[in-house]
Design a protein around this ligand. Structure first.
Ligand SMILES: C[S@@+](CC[C@H](N)C(=O)[O-])C[C@H]1O[C@@H](n2cnc3c(N)ncnc32)[C@H](O)[C@@H]1O
Length: 236
């Protein structure tokens, strides 16, 4: 897995820090080992783990965004994607991994220990509740999320975390045009504005994915995010 990750990172135009490809491969090994006893990923073939988890996550570093030293939250991180590979590839990142499933969060904390990744916050919480907490609301330069909810629901979960000027990077499929159009109203209510999306190809897998970029240009109004049942029942 390490060789495939290393060559994929090169194909993405990234120069990883020393030891990063080995760390990612070790993370992949821990993922597949734990997946035998805990539902962490439907992708179980090592080359596909390299492509569809690690290189897909790494593609966020090819957008021209400068993540160095920035505070970033991964909302609905599951087994750590895309946040943890980003932290391995950009060690100065101040990372919070948030998920509502405690078992996954505990496992992530143990992975950070094993890999010697200090200062990664592994948080067991619901995104819509944590976004109301001081120090989290308006507290981040970046929010990222993959495979959690439709864009309009996701924006309500993620935009409140951002400082004005911060950006939300939503990882989506290339068939997300309609989903993006649908989310336009909700983005503007929440204080965001859509930037042009970026499509990219995952090396090796030859799969095309999309990052939807939303910039926060005004504070999210009080009252958002609403409770999850309300967000789902009455999307903005
Ligand atoms: C399909 S998994 C995706 C995991 C990871 N982002 C990935 O791309 O592999 C969705 C994750 O989002 C979490 N999740 C869903 N709704 C959430 C919420 N409101 N707050 C926090 N986590 C949530 C789930 O527990 C689950 O781990």
């Amino acid at each position: 897995m390490q060789a495939r990750i290393a060559s994929g990172l090169t194909a993405l135009g990234l120069t990883p820090p020393d030891g990063a490809a080995a760390r990612l491969a070790e993370y992949g090994r821990l993922l597949l080992e734990q997946n035998q006893v805990m539902n962490l990923t439907a992708i179980t073939e090592p080359d596909q783990v390299a492509d569809l988890h690690f290189l897909d996550s790494a593609a966020l570093l090819t957008l021209g965004e400068d993540l160095r030293g920035k505070r970033l939250i991964d909302v609905g991180t599951g087994a750590g994607f895309p946040g943890l590979p980003l932290r391995i590839l950009e060690p100065s990142l101040q990372l919070t991994l948030l998920d509502s499933l405690g078992k996954r969060v505990n496992w992530l904390a143990s992975v950070c220990d094993t890999l010697g990744l200090e200062g990664v916050e592994c948080l067991h919480a619901r995104a819509e509740e944590q976004a109301l907490v001081d120090g989290y609301r308006d507290g981040f330069d970046y929010a990222v999320s993959r495979a959690v909810a439709s864009l309009e629901l996701l924006c309500e979960l993620c935009l409140p975390y951002l400082k004005v000027g911060g950006r939300f990077l939503a990882m989506k499929g290339v068939d997300s045009g309609e989903e993006i159009n649908h989310a336009a109203r909700c983005i503007s209510i929440l204080g965001g504005r859509l930037l042009p999306s970026v499509d990219y190809v995952i090396p090796g897998a030859n799969v095309r994915h999309r990052v939807v970029l939303v910039e926060k240009c005004a504070p999210t109004p009080k009252g958002y995010p609403r409770r999850w049942a309300k967000i789902q029942k009455a999307p903005l």
